[in-house]
Design a binder for this molecule. Structure first.
Ligand SMILES: [Zn+2]
Length: 82
């Protein structure tokens, strides 16, 4: 993960992290441009949203949906309708 110094735009190094909650943490960061800048700062890293849901969640969701169908509808879904 690349962090850029907000002051000079140089690469910066994450020195430590502090968990704020299950999906949010503060990153303690040092600018690598020590001669001209040398800033240290805190950036926040947060989970935003899934692009694809985890496989387990998808399978559980499908199972729940199928369980709510009648036996005939379940058979029709898998191609065993008469
Ligand atoms: Zn800097």
């Amino acid at each position: 993960m690349r962090v850029i110094c907000p002051n000079c735009g140089s690469k910066a190094t994450i020195t430590s992290r502090e968990e704020q909650s299950a999906h949010v943490c503060n990153l303690y960061v040092s600018c690598t441009n020590t001669k001209e800048c040398g800033a240290t700062f805190v950036s926040t890293l947060a989970f935003a949203h899934y692009l694809n849901p985890p496989r387990k969640d998808t399978a559980q969701m499908a199972t729940l949906l199928i369980k709510n169908l009648s036996k005939a509808e379940q058979l029709e879904l898998v191609g065993f309708s008469n």
